[in-house]
Design a protein around this ligand. Structure first.
Ligand code: SF4
Ligand code: SF4
Length: 468
């Protein structure tokens, strides 16, 4: 199917007016709201639950800043493995670019913490104060014992959830059971107290008060993501050709005979919008892609016996060309998307391969700086080193050492190389060789450390052996 000639895209940026006006979004049920709540449940199950999950005698996910180790299920990452965390961040950023190019503000609408917590806080607000008309009425009413009681209850619930969120956040850095025991015994450290309160206050302020202002005026991602959009990006779209001219009418009236489109101008799509915009004005920076207006309008269309989808997920090209869904899907795999996808999959597979083949042993060889070499009582020449072993597994291990690189090169004495689980051990290593094995100077040698029980765990390092 032919596509329209790409036209200059216009994204409306409205002047900032009445920033402080409070928005009272009307509750709405529907297909997309069920998906939103599914993602609220899923993300919060992971966030609140993962820090409680025991794994190998410690939490499944733990950033242990004291020992500078990051535990992720069976994986133990050390400071020298920071590359994996950097790659993980880069992959997350790339995934965001990819999803934004294909499907617009999916992240904002369904999984962004700001949106998710605002949704939970709004749910608590509705639970305590009632739906939109009751909330508007309560706020407009003068202060009374009843109003004070309702507002206190709401803020107490918000504060409890915020503090629990702060506690959970810190629970990824200090095991959460220790944290709770510390609270009970009043032995929490100052940094733990600070971060629980700070993260809790941020949650309370962002989800309780800042809400849509965060998305509209503060979040940098919201400001620059439009550069990733093109005419085939899936967005929440009002079908202007079908909806206009808007206007009220009897349910039984024929809109075409009245010169009207399908929009009955009921404004319910505006009332449910958490950012208070009118999607009929076109694609706007303020739209967080929550799809509440789709569910609202679909219900109106059902009541009027009109087809659903006056507001729907679609692309600019699809709306302009009245393209079927199959064409939207075909255009989703356009060259730009395929390039993003290839880079993402390439880096993800390379990282997965690197992690799967990663040997949980790191060896560092430090030369004894007191003497380059020395003569042993039996006439051989000795070089002394210090062997530093990082056991990156969660099992205590015993290692053996092999050396090669010079004729007759051997260990002067067998080092004891027992390293506890997830720990660093060191031991002196003395090597000897006959003086006539090679000429004077430095000679490269290879020192191999191997797990005594598992030969696949092996690491070889190069060092220099000095002969006088
Ligand atoms: S909900 Fe639908 S019919 Fe009602 S004003 Fe919005 S677009 Fe028009
Ligand atoms: S316009 Fe629709 S999708 Fe956008 S924020 Fe408002 S309700 Fe959500």
């Amino acid at each position: 199917m032919s596509q329209t000639k790409p036209a200059k895209r216009i994204i409306e940026i409205k002047p900032v007016t009445d920033v402080d006006a409070k928005i009272y979004p009307r509750s709405i049920q529907g297909h997309f709201q069920r998906w939103r709540w599914f993602f609220v449940g899923l993300t919060q199950l992971v966030f609140y639950g993962l820090c409680w999950l025991p794994w190998n005698g410690r939490p499944a996910v733990l950033f242990d800043l004291d020992t500078r180790r990051f535990y992720l299920f069976d994986l133990v990452l050390w400071p020298q493995d920071t590359i994996y965390l950097a790659v993980l961040l880069a992959l997350s950023a790339f995934a965001l670019f990819l999803f934004t190019t294909v499907a617009g503000r999916l992240w904002c609408g369904y999984t962004c913490p700001q949106t998710v917590y605002t949704e939970i806080f709004l749910w608590l607000e509705k639970l305590v104060e009632g739906d939109r008309p009751k909330r508007i009425k309560l706020d407009a009413a003068p202060w009374s014992a009843r109003k004070l009681g309702i507002k206190t209850t709401k803020h107490a619930l918000w504060l409890a959830l915020s503090l629990w969120t702060g506690l959970t956040f810190v629970g990824y850095f200090t095991p959460i059971r220790e944290l709770l025991a510390g609270i009970a015994a009043f032995t929490l450290g100052p940094w733990e107290i600070f971060w629980i309160l700070f993260y809790g206050a941020a949650t309370y302020g962002n989800a309780g008060f800042l809400r849509e202002h965060m998305c509209k005026y503060i979040c940098p991602y919201a400001q620059f993501q439009f550069v990733m959009f093109d005419r085939d990006t899936l967005n929440i779209t009002y079908d202007r050709a079908r909806g206009e001219a808007r206007g009220t009418r009897q349910k039984t009236a024929d809109p075409r005979a009245l010169g009207l489109g399908d929009c009955i101008d009921c404004s319910i799509c505006v009332q449910v919008c958490p950012t208070g915009i009118d999607i009929r004005d076109g694609l706007q920076l303020e739209c967080i892609g929550c799809a509440a207006c789709i569910d609202a309008c679909d219900q109106v269309m059902d009541k009027m016996n009109y087809p659903r989808g006056l507001i729907r997920y679609s692309t600019e090209n699809a709306v302009a060309n009245k393209s079927p869904r199959s064409e939207i899907i075909r255009r989703a795999f356009r060259p730009r998307v395929l390039v993003y996808l290839s880079i993402f999959l390439g880096v993800a597979l390379a990282t997965a391969w690197s992690l799967a083949t990663r040997v949980p042993l790191k060896v560092a060889i430090l030369r004894d700086r007191m003497a380059m070499s020395r003569e042993a009582p039996d006439g051989s020449i000795e070089n002394a080193f210090n062997l530093q072993l990082t056991n990156a597994s969660e099992k205590a291990r015993r290692y053996i050492v092999r050396v090669e690189g010079l004729p007759g090169l051997a260990l002067a004495e067998e080092p004891v190389l027992d390293v506890p689980a997830a720990a660093i051990g060191s031991a002196p290593l003395v090597l000897k060789v006959a003086p006539e094995a090679a000429g004077s100077g430095a000679h490269p040698i290879h020192i191999t450390v191997q797990d005594a029980d598992d030969p696949s765990i092996t690491a070889t390092e190069t060092a220099k052996f000095w002969l006088p």
